[in-house]
Write a protein that binds this ligand. Structure first.
Ligand SMILES: [Zn+2]
Length: 209
């Protein structure tokens, strides 16, 4: 049997969503991880469908989108995370593990997940600190001269700094001082947050060159 089909038969989107830390409510509804969803608008069972943004697919595409993987990567992750006894073509044959070994492995796995999260979080913080430092530098180095001020033509870098430093500081502050839930909420959106500010900085830098 095909590896993808075996995985889909063994793990529903609902299983995966719970496993990866999402709360699935009554009727299989959860907040959509793929758009800014305040009220649960995604239905999960064997497949998923978001009534807000239209995201739709099976457990493979769910994991692909969640972790930015290709289909093969998502399949291997599911096999690994759910300890599925599925032949991927290059893995050692599955052994029966006794309960004790399994528990040890689960602990080791949890530890690995936690370490990966902390490492990624650290990376996110570094990126935000770097963005923040660029904005602060711009604010000071490109503060309007008297002429620019009177002509109402401040440097675009100055305007960008003034408009963006507070939200960036807020995110940094949350990452440092927030509760676990608040930190995780920012963490979930780290890719789009970093991309948004980095793109802005690049665009303004290019225009100001
Ligand atoms: Zn959605």
């Amino acid at each position: 049997m095909n590896m993808f089909k075996e995985i889909k038969d063994a793990v529903s989107v609902r299983d995966a969503a719970s496993f990866y830390g999402y709360t699935v409510g009554r009727g299989g509804m959860m907040c959509c991880p793929f758009h800014d969803d305040k009220h649960p608008s995604m239905k999960v069972d064997k497949r998923f469908h978001c009534f807000g943004c239209g995201a739709d697919g099976d457990v493979i595409s769910f994991v692909q989108m969640l972790f930015c993987l290709d289909a093969k990567g998502a399949a291997l992750k599911l096999i690994d995370d759910f300890r599925l006894n599925i032949d991927t073509g290059h893995k050692k044959s599955a052994r029966r593990m006794n309960r004790c070994t399994r528990q040890t492995q689960e602990k080791a796995y949890e530890h690995k997940v936690l370490l990966a999260y902390e490492k990624e979080l650290e990376h996110f913080k570094e990126k935000m600190a770097c963005i923040s430092s660029t904005l602060l530098t711009w604010e000071h180095e490109h503060a309007p001269t008297m002429e620019q001020w009177e002509a109402d033509m401040p440097d675009e870098r100055f305007i960008t700094a003034v408009n963006n430093k507070d939200p960036v500081e807020y995110i940094l502050d949350t990452l440092t001082n927030g509760t676990d839930d608040e930190i995780y909420e920012e963490y979930r959106h780290r890719k789009e947050i970093i991309e948004k500010y980095e793109r802005k900085i690049t665009e303004v830098t290019e225009r100001s060159a």
